[in-house]
Design a protein around this ligand. Structure first.
Ligand SMILES: *Cc1c(COP(=O)(O)O)cnc(C)c1O
Length: 248
């Protein structure tokens, strides 16, 4: 994560100004869209997706008021947390979690967007229960049938919900989706609508509140907000293009 080396002070000030500007614009858009769809701005939370981005950029955004950050790689996230040292930040874990990394979640992440199998659920439950903690989770549903992106098939959702319901170390808070990026926006919007309907159906079946719908990224957050997203996971629009991965 040495992406900032080589920047002189002037350049990094320019970077910080750009970042502030992009962040402010994104917040305005999210707030306007929320209101347009009959909700309060604070009912749609921005999770700033900081994977591959340097800790300095996260710190700059934190100073601008952002609190929720999303990361996809445990080691990278923990390194940034150590560097930034702000206990007021809320770190979200996004996407695929390798089983051998489950032990790093307690105490370090507040919400897991991406639970998609019973074995991982049991692992996480045991890790959190051992520490008398509870992990909030969102089940990832595979709506576009894009196998490599993870997520459980809609037909299997009820079973996983039931399984998670029996695990005291986990609290199911809602659903998450990441449609295949190549789909057109109208198609993605239909998938977001499908996710909301699935959530509503599980709600009726179980009586669980399931308040959260985590859907929408840089490309498609307006469509996600239109369909009821409570969390949008936005990386590129806020931070700019992601640096290519630096091996850790
Ligand atoms: C990287 C990532 C995002 C952010 O994508 P952008 O296009 O940069 O906004 C959102 N959600 C997940 C699960 C991701 O992995």
């Amino acid at each position: 994560m040495n992406v900032t080396t080589g920047l002189d002070a002037h350049e990094s000030e320019e970077c910080a100004a750009d970042l502030h500007e992009r962040y402010a614009r994104t917040r305005r858009m999210v707030a306007e869209l929320a209101v347009r769809h009959g909700r309060k701005p604070e009912e749609v939370r921005i999770v700033a997706v900081s994977k591959y981005q340097p800790a300095a950029a996260v710190a700059t955004l934190a100073e601008a008021g952002q609190r929720d950050f999303g990361e996809n790689y445990v080691q990278e996230a923990l390194a940034k947390q150590r560097e930034i040292r702000r206990p007021d930040l809320r770190w979200h874990f996004l996407g695929r979690l390798q089983r051998n990394k489950a032990k790093y979640l307690p105490g370090n992440f507040i919400l897991f967007h991406g639970l998609d199998n019973a074995v991982l659920a049991l692992d996480l439950h045991e890790r959190f229960q051992a520490k008398s903690q509870v992990l909030d989770v969102l089940i990832q549903v595979n709506l576009g049938d894009e196998r490599q992106k993870g997520g459980i098939a809609p037909e299997e959702l009820s079973n996983l919900v039931e399984h998670v319901g029996g695990l005291s170390g986990l609290a199911l808070r809602g659903l998450m989706a990441l449609p295949p990026f190549e789909l057109d926006l109208a198609h993605k919007q239909r998938l977001f609508s499908e996710l909301r309907k699935l959530r509503d159906a599980v709600r009726r079946q179980t009586g669980l509140a399931l308040p959260e719908l985590s859907m929408g990224t840089t490309d498609d957050f307006p469509q996600a907000i239109a369909e009821g997203a409570t969390m949008v996971r936005i990386g590129t629009r806020i931070f700019g293009e992601r640096p290519t991965r630096v091996a850790s």
